[in-house]
Design a protein around this ligand. Structure first.
Ligand code: PLP
Length: 649
């Protein structure tokens, strides 16, 4: 295999261009991220050159305000920019296709339910006439209040609906909201009719179509005949009949589908939209009062920047998506001579992913190539009369490593180590000798790897050495809490150091979090070639913090996170560009304290402190500690309960 390491090399000069290239920033950054001359990662929230936010400056600025990492940093200006781009892409497609209606995005709040995020999206979306999508009753309750004074803006209601969910929808209709419950199963229709009658309102309603065209990728089962949601065509026809019986056919205003999230292949989008457009057209011709065609979510995010149909990427652009959607709907409607509907998309990921990133500090690293074979070791082998053969073989392998004998020496070392470990297991090898075996083996591997790095082409068997020998960087975060999709579905997120990007990264590593679970690690990294099994990082310097950023985490990560090991929500800061230049912190949301996460788990925190205090008193009485010591312990306990759940400097 061609040696990718040769390109980055391990010696020689290095500049920020090299880092841009190595981490693929221009590919996945989508114009929002870069590196400045100081070697710091930067954010360009509205793509304007010069209006840049230095992430290292942000981290140090937050530390000065007593906000330590891990921290989620949000950029509201990116949200606004994403919404504008979406509007612009559809506006262009609408003009190019002489489309006679408009486009409206409804943001599915499940993608990031944080109040500030939803409020910002709703606020920025006002000028474009964008709305919101909810998937549950609690989400609806939030949106019902938030949409006060915006009756004309669309609210789409998906998900399973019980009696009170439907009642809430009907009440919102009565209040004048443009709200459409999407019927996902037939029983919901009766509830709508019941509440519409009770409150004497003419409801709007939509229907989710079970498309025959299946989705693709991880969420392929969101669509297709086996999908959890949606009505079969037969049921939709029945629904129209029932509506007609009640003289309500004009109330059926929207057809909906959701072909799956992160659609990586544009063909899936085209198939789903075409099928849905035909359903729309036929129902319209049958007398339904349709006005909206809702193509659901699915617009992807190119997490790895490869522009391929790989799971973490997408093989189309936003412009192409908009163009295909508009063209296909127009085509079907033109052919059947019906008016063009308002196109609705429930794009979540594409709106929210870019706007937030997570920064954590590295607590330390573990290096397998740190083992050295010393003169004392060699002497030990020389002087021992009966040195076990595998140990001798390992020393020979270590000494013989040369460019011509790389594979051979690797095989010898592997075999000798295996034999030595077997001898240890049956008691024929002492602990000291086993330590020597360990040092010899890893030092041999490191020698072989170092020579491989100089080769144009690495022998296949030695390709994995780079990964095997990569370091473990311990990161002050919980992957379960902050990057759940990385753990649950192997989703890739771009990851890069926040600083020192003008320096050559001389180490490669995988990332481990601070939970006590071996699953809490990241060992796959984005790359334009193949997924990388380790990430290029800098040597840690004593007493100097090292920060790593995880990008494109604004969609789904926060709300899916859990409290594994009771690591709670991280701090969140909302950062905005200032009109007069620079940036400012618009809002800070403190992360969970230990007391808060304990409360989530039903601990009565008010009782914990007296309980602990009693124990301290007992220890004083029994003379095990002094009174001042007891007081100090209580203060410590109380302060820790109020403190951050993550490691603090
Ligand atoms: C019904 C529905 N609409 C919209 C979305 C948002 O999808 P995306 O984030 O891919 O745009 C989802 C997510 O899976 C969904 O289930």
């Amino acid at each position: 295999m061609e040696n990718p390491e040769r390109k980055t090399g391990y010696t020689g000069p290095w500049n920020v261009e090299d880092s841009l290239d190595l981490y693929g920033v221009n590919a996945w950054g989508n114009g929002y991220f870069g590196i400045n001359a100081a070697g710091h990662a930067i954010v360009r929230p509205d793509w304007t050159e010069g209006r840049e936010i230095d992430l290292h400056e942000v981290v140090t600025g937050l530390a000065a305000r007593d906000l330590s990492t891990p921290v989620v940093v949000r950029f509201s200006d990116i949200l606004r920019h994403r919404l504008t781009r979406l509007r612009d892409a559809f506006a262009t497609a609408i003009a190019e296709n002489e489309y006679q209606s408009r486009y409206c995005a409804v943001f599915p709040i499940k993608v990031n339910q944080q109040r500030l995020v939803v409020e910002e999206i709703y606020g920025y979306g006002r000028e474009f006439g964008f709305g919101l999508e909810v998937g549950s009753k609690p989400e609806l309750l939030a949106v019902m209040a938030m949409s006060e004074g915006s009756s004309d803006r669309l609210i789409v209601c998906n998900g399973f609906k019980d009696d009170s969910y439907i009642e809430a929808v009907i009440l919102a209709t009565k209040l004048g909201r443009t709200i459409i419950p999407v019927i996902e199963n037939f029983s919901e229709l009766a509830l709508i009719l019941k509440h519409a009658k009770k409150y004497d309102v003419r409801p709007r309603l939509g229907v989710r179509v079970k498309l025959a065209s299946e989705g693709a990728g991880r969420w392929r089962e969101s669509s297709g005949e086996k999908s959890k949601f949606g009505l079969f065509v037969t049921e939709i026809l029945d629904l129209v009949d029932v509506l007609k019986e009640h003289g309500l056919e004009d109330c059926l205003q929207l057809v909906h589908c959701h072909p799956g999230s992160q659609l990586q292949d544009i063909r899936r989008v085209k198939d789903a939209v075409t099928e849905l457009a035909h359903v729309y057209a036929e129902l319209k011709q049958m007398g339904a009062g349709l006005q909206y065609i809702d193509i659901g979510g699915g617009l992807g995010v190119d997490y790895d920047g490869s522009r391929t149909n790989y799971e973490s990427s997408m093989n189309y652009t936003l412009a192409e998506y908009a163009s295909d959607v508009v063209y296909r709907i127009a085509n079907v409607c033109n052919a059947r001579g019906i008016d063009h509907p308002i196109i609705v998309s429930e794009s979540g990921r594409a709106i929210a992913a870019h706007h937030s990133l997570l920064i954590c500090d590295v607590l330390g690293s573990s290096q397998l190539d740190r083992f050295r074979v010393t003169e004392t070791d060699e002497q030990m082998v020389r002087e021992k009369k009966e040195i076990p053969q595998p140990v001798q073989d390992l020393l020979d392998a270590y000494r013989s490593v040369s460019e011509r004998r790389l594979v051979e020496c690797y095989h010898d070392a592997l075999q000798a180590r295996e034999q030595a470990l077997q001898m240890f297991s049956v008691g024929y090898l002492g602990l000291e000798a086993r330590g020597l075996v360990e040092r010899l083996y890893w030092a041999t591997c490191a020698k072989i790897r170092d020579l491989c790095r100089k080769l144009d082409s690495v022998p296949e068997e030695l390709e994995s050495l780079e990964t095997i020998l990569s370091d473990i960087y311990f990161c002050n975060l919980s992957i379960f809490q902050s990057l759940p999709d990385s753990w649950a579905i192997d989703q890739l997120f771009p990851i890069m150091p926040v600083h020192r990007l003008d320096e050559r990264p001389t180490r490669t590593g995988v990332l481990a979090d601070i939970t006590c679970d071996s699953d809490g690690k990241i060992d796959h990294f984005v790359s334009l070639r193949e997924t990388k099994r380790s990430l290029e990082l800098h040597d840690l310097k004593p007493d100097e913090p090292y920060y790593i950023a995880f990008f494109l985490v604004g969609a789904y990560q926060e709300t899916l996170g859990d409290l594994h090991n009771l690591f709670g929500d991280t701090h969140v800061v909302h950062i905005k560009l200032h009109d007069e230049g620079g940036w400012w912190i618009e809002e800070t949301v403190k992360g969970d304290s230990a007391a808060e996460v304990l409360r989530y788990m039903q601990y009565d925190v008010e009782r914990l402190v007296p309980q602990f205090a009693r124990d301290c008193e007992r220890a004083v009485r029994e003379g095990r500690i002094t009174l001042p010591e007891s007081q100090a312990m209580r203060r410590f306990y109380e302060a820790e309960l109020a403190g951050y759940t993550y490691l603090e400097p």
